[in-house]
Ligand binder design. Structure first.
Ligand SMILES: [Zn+2]
Length: 344
């Protein structure tokens, strides 16, 4: 049965890195995909030749290009101004409010209207840290969660990355590729989620072409002086097999499952006991998973690595990879592999 997926992001380009594969996959499988951004990205780090206004126009065009590549049916902009990444938000531009200063309830009501119009089954948003801590991303989490509650959206998935996997992947990539100086490797040690908190692991390798097109749409500012777009461009230069390995999976934490769980615990002791048994079962699975993870080893030349249930051998300095499935070595009890799984 076709469902509707709504991806809510802070800025144009945020959809490319964490959720574009899931969006392309959902669209390719016949579901309706809607993309909503809170801001126009006018304060993104880019070449000094852009004013905030001309950059915003450019970035909204890029968003349209990215959306077309992903098969998105509808793109909406909530009308807020980009707050920028600085320690203090910039003053509001004429007739608009910086997203960090927006009234959360009002912003949530705007998003909830679209969720309701679309009868969206699944909302994609951010975790409480906003992934890596951009003030607009933290705000997007608050607005996304509130909107889902207002609209009664059944499933809310917070886009994330298992931080251990991404740190190792970046270190691996750093052996064959030199990241630009503004790339903050250290931020990844504190960002995103622990592997044990992840509920959804979505294989998007079949949609990697669309994902690359989405990233390329935003990396088109070749004159960029630095920042997010250059990081996207840097990722696109990673040798293809390694790129597919790292970006072929997207991860989420199911916020709705968490909320329902704690509600049940508060209300009924017998349910609590039942829950406890389930949790014990989950713990064993996690321990098993941990053993598999601890057993991993990966280097660039000729040695083996395991990433998300696949064993691969990287050679020629990471330019080639041979893979085989090792599902039996990496059981993933409790992990869902489809964002719509379990929805009627
Ligand atoms: Zn952003």
């Amino acid at each position: 049965m076709p469902h509707t997926l709504l991806a809510f992001h802070a800025h144009p380009d945020d959809e490319a890195l964490l959720t574009s594969g899931t969006m392309a996959r959902a669209a390719a499988e016949g579901h309706r995909v809607v993309l909503v951004v809170a801001t126009d990205g006018g304060e993104g780090l880019a070449s000094a030749k852009y004013t905030a206004e001309s950059l915003a126009t450019r970035r909204m065009d890029e968003l349209e290009t990215s959306a077309r590549a992903l098969g998105v049916a509808r793109v909406e902009y909530l009308g807020y101004a980009d707050s920028g990444l600085g320690p203090r938000a910039l003053p509001d531009p004429p007739r608009r409010t910086r997203f960090v200063r927006a009234d959360t309830h009002e912003a949530a009501a705007r998003l909830a209207t679209i969720l309701a119009e679309e009868a969206a089954d699944v909302l994609l948003t951010y975790d409480p840290n906003g992934g890596y801590g951009h003030p607009d991303h933290i705000k997007a989490h608050e607005v996304g969660m509130r909107a889902a509650a207002l609209a009664g959206t059944r499933r809310v998935l917070q886009a994330t990355v298992p931080r251990d996997a991404i740190c190792r992947a970046i270190d691996l990539a750093a052996k064959v590729y030199r990241f630009p100086p503004e790339f903050d490797r250290g931020s990844f040690d504190r960002a995103f989620s622990a592997r044990r908190d992840i509920t959804h692991r979505i294989n998007v390798r079949r949609h990697i072409t669309a994902k690359r097109a989405s990233m390329r749409a935003h990396a088109s500012q070749a004159s960029s002086d630095g920042g997010a777009d250059r990081t996207l461009a840097a990722f696109l230069r990673i040798p293809r097999p390694l790129f597919d390995l790292v970006f072929g999976t997207e991860w989420y934490v199911d916020a709705t499952a968490e909320a329902h769980g704690s509600c049940t615990l508060d209300h009924d002791k017998r349910t609590l006991d039942h829950d406890k048994r389930t949790l014990d079962g989950e713990k064993r699975t996690l321990d098993h998973d941990k053993r598999t993870l601890d057993g991993e080893k990966r280097t660039l030349d000729g040695e083996e690595c395991t990433l998300d249930g696949e064993e691969c051998t990287l050679d020629q300095g990471g330019k080639a990879a041979t893979r085989r499935s090792v599902r039996s070595r990496n059981p993933v009890g409790g992990i869902r592999r489809d964002v719509f799984e379990g929805l009627a």
